[in-house]
Design a protein around this ligand. Structure first.
Ligand code: TRP
Length: 344
């Protein structure tokens, strides 16, 4: 097995309305990985256009995700933050991967089935090919580690299958060109644990989502302190007091969710939270949760608003990140073209 330098890559769609689920489920992990790895974080605008987008909204959402990264503590100078469309090698390698991946592999993708729904004939070809672009995002940097939510696990397995098939199909050419046994690493998912899965405040069985019609189902990163307080106070609970042990949360999905949010925001575990709040009623616990949420999210929201008022700074961050990403992508893509036998 070839050795690859450890490199983290992940992507976030510019879909607007970033919420607590995105923060606890993904962005905090992005921030902590910066201490141990070289990281590349990408706003995946090419993925966004697999469904219709309004150009003005898309531009705003690209800047907003970038602002969220920075406000949450991603450092765009030590690491790379950029938007996908500005590095053409993503789309180029995706084409190569469209020719490596098999129809049968893509036909198994559950996210396509969900997103295309009943009207599959009318889904874009891009939505179908989405996973090959995602594989290209990762592998154009030969990234080794990919922090994602568990809904992306299947796509990551596909990326590994594509990397492996490419390495096999072209093994002779790869070796001939001095790359050893294989050109692409098999990227490893860093799956967020269930502890960081944030559920809707209105229904503890559904994930917190930006597409939920009720804004009370989620806490947005740019919500004001008053809005956060209102949403937490209105969050669905049950009539019982909090249990003292984690076992006592089973079958109480709303209670479990609020305790999980408190634990994640405070950096502790659910047992720590229950040690402190076991036996107390929800109104008391919710007051504590409001205080903690406002303390943690208030500064992030304020920083996002500040950054959003200065788009030229954000644009400069993205341009700088893109040009650094392009250097790595271009080198790998040149090697891929050579491996494939394209004459230059
Ligand atoms: N598909 C991912 C999502 O919807 C976003 C994404 C695109 C991504 N490219 C990626 C994630 C590469 C990790 C690595 O959440």
């Amino acid at each position: 097995m070839a050795q690859y330098p450890q490199r983290v890559f992940s992507g976030v769609q510019p879909t607007g309305n970033l919420h607590l689920g995105n923060y606890l489920g993904a962005i905090t992990r992005f921030v902590s990985l910066q201490e141990t790895h070289e990281c590349i974080y990408c706003v995946v605008d090419l993925h966004a256009i697999t469904v219709p987008q309004n150009p003005a909204d898309l531009a705003r959402n690209i800047r907003e995700v970038t602002a969220a990264f920075i406000a949450c503590g991603v450092d765009p100078e030590r690491h790379i933050v950029f938007n996908q469309s500005q590095v053409a090698e993503h789309a180029e390698l995706a084409w190569v991967f469209n020719c490596v991946a098999r129809m049968g592999w893509l036909n198994r993708m559950t996210q396509f089935k969900e997103k295309a729904g009943r009207d599959r004939e009318n889904a874009s070809v891009g939505l179908y090919a989405y996973p090959t672009l995602m594989a290209a995002d990762i592998l154009v940097y030969r990234a080794t580690h990919v922090p994602v939510g568990d809904d992306q696990k299947q796509h990551l397995e596909l990326a590994r299958d594509i990397a492996q098939k490419f390495n096999n199909d072209f093994s002779a050419s790869i070796a001939e060109r001095g790359h050893g046994d294989e050109f692409f690493p098999l990227p490893e998912p860093l799956i967020q644990g269930p502890a960081t899965r944030v559920m809707s405040l209105r229904d503890g069985s559904k994930k917190m989502s930006k597409s939920d019609p009720s804004d009370y189902s989620r806490i947005n990163l740019m919500d004001s302190a008053e809005t956060i307080a209102q949403k937490v106070r209105k969050a669905k609970t049950d009539p019982d007091a909090l249990p003292s042990e984690v076992d006592g949360l089973s079958g109480r999905s709303e209670a479990d969710n609020l305790v999980g949010i408190y634990a994640a925001l405070s950096g502790g575990g659910k047992p720590d939270v229950l040690r402190e709040y076991g036996g107390r009623n929800f109104s008391e616990f919710k007051n504590a949760l409001v205080e903690l949420a406002v303390q943690k999210l208030g500064p992030i929201g304020a920083e996002m608003r500040r950054l959003n008022s200065d788009p030229s700074y954000i644009d400069q961050v993205l341009r700088n990140g893109s040009s650094r990403a392009r250097v790595i992508a271009a080198e790998n893509m040149t090697a891929v073209r050579d491996i494939l036998g394209f004459v230059r």
